[in-house]
Design a protein. Sequence first.
Length: 79
Amino acid sequence: MAAGTISERIEARLAPLLGPNMARNATRTFCRRDLSKEAEALTAADVPRLAAALRPALRTLLGAATTEQLLGEITREFQ
């Protein structure tokens, strides 16, 4: 597995498509809003819920196919 916290690794996956600042803000915002926890406290078990929370916004920004591919990669990484 790659180095870094789970949230940092998710941010790194999102950054090429969203930019580093938006990737960090999206991860932190959706963790707080939908998971009621700070991004730093994210566990592998939380990743599917975070992916589901991110899905509508990412579909709007990236399109359905890109979103599903990206979230699938993220979810598989933490299984």
